[in-house]
Design a binder for this molecule. Structure first.
Ligand SMILES: [Mn+2]
Length: 408
């Protein structure tokens, strides 16, 4: 009993509007499908964020459907879990539901909330609705819903305990598939802890873009993003590609299958004099190009600009050098040494920089209280909770009013 587990493909993403990355992401999935055709597992599980957006471009959609058809032609079923990127905010069919209704052997379990008349717990029904049996294996797909962080947490607290009842009652082998982060793997938006995870033989997770493989007491894996989507992910030195899980014996065996990925490198340069920019950048790029071998690298170039250097001049230089060396250079500009003029820097190694509240407070110079409300407002509107939207708007206007009073 073998499973290929992947997640966070983000097909259709075009970070920094860079076609090379768009194509690389597609190629990475293509190569993974070749591995699937070689290994011929009993099942393929993709644990969310197959697409980068709920309505992917037609080329991405056509490509994914062709690849799924190829896999299905080997009589291998595909289980798709929904992630935050491929689930629409409105109540409408999801792209994964569309695909699964069009293709044989492709399943995308989805829980549609039904009004409960009695107010009785419906969690048992949710588990039942999103539970599948394929080749004797029980597959539980945790439902993904666009909800606020708090709601997601209380939902998981109530729903997760139900899985063990079903797992025990059914017996045999079982896997649990979910798209969420857990404490302590990724604390910031965790909705549960490792202890809360069901006692399935294997737990196929998605959402965390850095690879994590945990072999016992619970066996769970975050395969991570298939291709680095930004400078932060370019720093992850893990293998990329499918995870091959063998459930034949008591303890699952977990194997990483690497696929070739273009090297994504990070460079740091400090520029204080505009006259030497081209030479400096070119020298750096040439070295990285040689190190990368046969396939030209993608270079995330972090440039610390001195006081008298114009960002426009730096960007023009990068464009020139990129063309000349035929290398994709993604500039990340930071201003140094003029803090007093009101500029700021967010270091990517700073854990806090992942926190949207921190980013908003520092970049927009707003109160923490307001930043939190704005994030809640976004969640409420995604969730189409009109009541909550009104409530937040009225709170915001009160805060703004009391702020104004200080100035009047
Ligand atoms: Mn993702």
């Amino acid at each position: 009993l073998q499973i290929i587990h992947m997640s966070d493909l983000h097909i259709g993403a075009k970070p920094h509007n860079e076609p090379t990355i768009y194509n690389d992401i597609i190629e990475a999935f293509s190569n993974s499908v070749e591995i699937i055709k070689q290994e011929k597992p009993d099942l393929v599980v993709i644990a969310g964020d197959i697409f980068h957006t709920p309505k992917p471009d037609n080329d991405s959609l056509r490509f994914v459907m062709a690849k799924f058809k190829e896999i299905a032609s080997f009589d291998i079923p595909i289980i798709l879990a929904h992630g935050e990127h491929d689930t629409p905010g409105r109540r409408e069919s999801t792209i994964l539901q569309v695909i699964s209704s069009a293709l044989d052997k492709v399943y995308a379990p989805y829980y549609e909330s039904k009004p409960s008349s009695s107010g009785e717990p419906v969690y048992g029904n949710i588990v039942k609705d999103t539970w599948m049996k394929v080749r004797g294996l029980n597959i539980f797909v945790y439902p993904f819903k666009k909800m606020s962080q708090e709601k997601r947490k209380s939902f998981s607290k109530q729903l997760l305990p139900y899985y063990n009842k079903f797992i025990k009652r059914e017996g045999g082998k079982s896997i649990f598939v979910g798209h969420f982060s857990i404490d302590p793997i990724f604390v910031y938006d965790a909705i549960a802890t490792e202890d809360d995870l069901p006692d399935a033989n294997y737990i196929a997770l998605g959402h965390v873009h850095k690879r994590h493989i945990i072999r016992g007491p619970k066996y769970f894996v975050y395969p991570g993003s298939l291709y680095p989507l930004d400078i932060r992910e370019a720093e992850y030195k893990n293998k990329r590609g499918p995870i091959l899980v063998d459930l034949s014996s008591d303890e699952p065996s977990i194997e990483e299958i690497g696929i070739p990925i273009r090297s994504n490198v990070i460079g740091d340069l400090e520029i204080n004099d505009e006259r030497q920019i081209d030479k400096k950048i070119k020298g750096f790029v040439e070295v990285k190009k040689v190190q990368a071998g046969h396939k030209k690298p993608i270079i995330y170039l972090r440039i610390r600009m001195g006081k008298n250097v114009y960002s426009r001049v730096v960007l023009q230089s990068i464009e020139r050098v990129g063309k000349e060396t035929d290398v994709v250079i993604i500039p990340i500009l930071e201003r140094v040494g003029i803090k007093e003029e009101g500029t700021y820097r967010i270091s990517s190694s700073d854990r806090n920089s992942l926190d949207p509240v921190f980013v908003m407070v520092n970049s927009l110079k707003i109160k923490e209280e307001v930043a939190k409300l704005l994030i809640e407002l976004r969640d409420a509107s995604l969730n189409e909770n009109d009541e909550k939207v009104d409530e937040i708007l009225s709170t915001l206007s009160t805060i703004a009013y009391s702020d104004l009073k200080v100035w009047i």
